[in-house]
Ligand binder design. Structure first.
Ligand code: SF4
Ligand code: SF4
Length: 291
């Protein structure tokens, strides 16, 4: 989807069930059955690599324009929320109250946020007849579409393997277009790469938590820390500067200065700290105890 392709009025509304194809596909594909629900819901069983070609084009004149922006579960990554908050010029609390709904990942039980669809219409709150009103700052899931990113994780290992699936929903007519892409050229065109890099720490934690298996429970307090760090960096900043945090953790002065004003640096630090307290990764050192 190029930016200009979201500029004119939609001509049709979706009358399709976006979950029907997925449910049928999952029945025939054992690998998809073993995926967490929130991942498999957006996948079609055609495994793709970075150089796999596909044809796709989305534009305002297409009959299904805007059909994909309703009744969907879009997980908001920390960097998605940061970009959207800045665009809307609102605080993290205001963003969560107005646009997000909490959701617990099936495996690993970590809390994340979904875009809250309008309860009356089922539409994404950022959807307009002209297309996406936050297009330049749209979430990474919307950037990937119609590609699904699957991050498979073998139980009790630390190895991650990223691969892609074509999301081929019956209502999406972009697949009948002839513009050719590879997964890599599509990701580059849509700006997905920068988002993935910014969200890496968050993804690492989700995947590592999944790999621990079902019997390892995340305590309520650790879940709350994870949600605060991912979804509410304003609160995490208050936690760093207004609690005993800096007397307990050995944070270099230069980092402290960055954390005061730089939201991206705050996110990176938050996930390093979470890896320390969740997995003992020693990314953020404890201060030595005074005798
Ligand atoms: S359903 Fe597909 S082609 Fe139609 S607007 Fe959405 S992404 Fe574009
Ligand atoms: S953020 Fe934009 S592209 Fe994504 S679902 Fe909402 S309106 Fe559609």
């Amino acid at each position: 989807m190029s930016e200009s392709e979201f500029e004119s009025e939609s001509e049709s509304e979706s009358e399709f069930n976006p979950h029907e194809d997925r449910d049928q596909a999952i029945q025939f594909d054992p690998e998809m059955r073993s995926m967490p629900r929130e991942v498999r819901n957006v996948l079609h069983p055609v495994r793709m690599e970075g150089n796999t070609p596909f044809c796709f084009r989305c534009h305002p004149e297409i009959a299904c324009f805007n059909a994909c922006c309703s009744n969907i579960e879009i997980i908001l990554t920390p960097y998605d929320m940061l970009r959207l908050r800045k665009r809307l010029n609102i605080t993290a609390d205001e963003f969560l109250y107005q646009y997000a709904t909490p959701y617990t990942l099936t495996k690993g039980q970590l809390p994340v946020s979904l875009i809250r669809m309008d309860p009356a219409t089922g539409k994404c709150p950022f959807n307009t007849p002209q297309g996406c009103s936050v297009y330049e700052d749209r979430p990474v899931t919307c950037r990937y579409y119609p590609i699904g990113l699957a991050l498979m994780h073998k139980e009790r290992t630390t190895g991650n393997e990223a691969f892609y699936y074509l999301v081929k929903e019956s209502y999406c007519q972009g697949h009948q277009e002839t513009t050719e892409w590879t997964v890599d050229s599509w990701r580059q065109d849509q700006g997905s790469d920068g988002y993935d890099a910014r969200n890496q720490g968050w993804m690492d934690i989700i995947l590592k938590r999944r790999s621990a298996g079902d019997e390892v429970q995340t305590s309520l307090q650790l879940s709350e820390f994870f949600y605060m760090a991912s979804a509410n960096p304003d609160e995490f900043r208050r936690f760093v500067f207004e609690s005993t945090f800096l007397s307990r953790f050995d944070v270099p002065e230069a980092t402290i200065e960055q954390l005061r004003t730089n939201d991206e640096a705050l996110l990176d630090f938050a996930f390093d700290w979470l890896k320390t307290i969740l997995f003992g990764d020693k990314k953020v050192a404890l201060k030595p105890k005074t005798p």
